[in-house]
Write a protein that binds this ligand. Structure first.
Ligand SMILES: Cc1cc2nc3c(=O)[nH]c(=O)nc-3n(C[C@H](O)[C@H](O)[C@H](O)COP(=O)(O)OP(=O)(O)OC[C@H]3O[C@@H](n4cnc5c(N)ncnc54)[C@H](O)[C@@H]3O)c2cc1C
Length: 319
């Protein structure tokens, strides 16, 4: 170990926590089971408070804005009513929420971590946390916990003072309860990156919330063009976890929220969220962070909340 803090998971929460520690001169080891950084647009929106938190951590709002576009308004088209909300507050770089692809945000966080001398060990999975219950560990130092890691060179055991589990909603670590251990709530959300027909395309910088047809959903403009479609899906008799086909996404958009799409959708997610919050975010040497600590019934807010939690945790751990 280069330090006695291990961060498992180099998603946005784990990366920002590592940045906060590195900026204060506190070494930590960061591992992620993926072979490299994650790709994909995933979360498209950073809210103003999150922009401030990132800027304070050295991921400058100017760099973030260069990689994204402003989200200025939300338009609600619900039961025949049409209402618009201005999302901007004041002037300046923090005035409007930012639309940015999650892969671009994570790239900027990783660059910041590397600039501070930190690194991520990809291809290394945290398998288990073994808590020492006061007895001497077989490492002898009486460390509060021992982590079991599997990497390219095999399985390794290492003593730690703290292990931050930023392992997301799908991560499973023996000895740590997380959202993946909880049953999903009984509904599904469909999310897809789509091209909207010109006659249904919202004005630039405007998110649409739609409930005029058989269902409800929305369209979020994506930086670089296209939109994120999201809508609630009815239960699927053919299997709740089945991934909808591109043709089914086109049909669901038309039927559910009256939006016509052109071409095939890009990325498609069918999500059965788990609504869960840990009894305690800090449990002895184990700290839960981001989606590993709580899970929203709809796949939103996780990134923004996780980044704000990570900034808070980072300076507290360093102290
Ligand atoms: C389509 C979509 C749209 C979304 N929209 C929004 C939105 O509008 N607003 C919002 O705030 N959020 C949104 N989210 C949610 C957001 O993407 C997540 O909340 C966010 O990525 C959580 O960050 P995290 O760092 O906690 O976990 P993750 O990003 O899930 O990262 C966890 C990391 O841990 C690694 N890992 C897992 N287990 C282990 C292990 N045992 N050992 C080592 N590494 C491990 C994984 O490989 C992963 O890299 C959206 C998500 C999706 C998919």
């Amino acid at each position: 170990m280069t330090g006695r803090i291990l961060i498992a998971g180099a998603g946005p929460s784990g990366l920002l926590c590592a940045v906060e520690l590195a900026a204060r001169g506190v070494p930590c080891r960061v591992v992620d089971r993926r072979p490299g950084p994650a790709g994909g647009s995933r979360c498209p929106t950073l809210w103003q408070r999150t922009l401030r938190v990132l800027d304070a951590a050295g991921v400058s709002v100017e760099a973030l804005r260069r990689a994204g576009t402003a989200l200025e308004r939300k338009r609600f088209l619900i039961a025949g009513a049409d209402a618009e909300v201005d999302l901007r507050s004041g002037d300046g770089p923090f005035a409007a929420p930012l639309l940015i692809r999650q892969e671009d945000l994570e790239r900027l966080l990783l660059e910041r971590l590397r600039a501070l001398g930190g690194a991520v060990e990809y291809g290394v999975e945290l398998l288990e946390v073994r808590r020492n219950d006061g007895g001497a560990s077989r490492h002898g130092a009486g460390a509060p916990a021992v982590v079991v890691l599997r990497g390219p060179d095999g399985v390794e055991e290492a003593p730690v003072d703290r292990v931050v589990c930023a392992t997301g909603a799908a991560g499973r670590v023996a000895g740590v309860t997380g959202p993946a251990d909880v049953a999903p709530v009984g509904m599904r959300w469909l999310l897809a990156d789509v091209s909207v027909a010109p006659e249904d395309t919202p004005a630039p910088g405007v998110e649409h919330i739609l409930r005029d047809h058989a269902g409800h959903g929305g369209l979020v403009p994506l930086p670089g063009g296209g939109h994120r479609l999201f809508l609630a899906l009815p239960d699927d008799p053919a299997g709740a976890d089945r991934q909808p086909t591109p043709a089914e996404v086109v049909e669901a958009a038309r039927r559910s929220v009256g939006v016509r799409l052109t071409g095939e959708p890009g990325a498609i997610w069918a999500v059965r969220p788990r609504s869960w919050v840990a009894d305690a975010f800090v449990d002895g040497p184990v700290v839960l962070l981001g989606d590993a600590a709580r899970s929203f019934p709809m796949p939103v807010h996780g990134l923004n909340t996780g980044l704000q939690e990570a900034a808070e945790l980072g300076w507290k751990l360093a102290a």
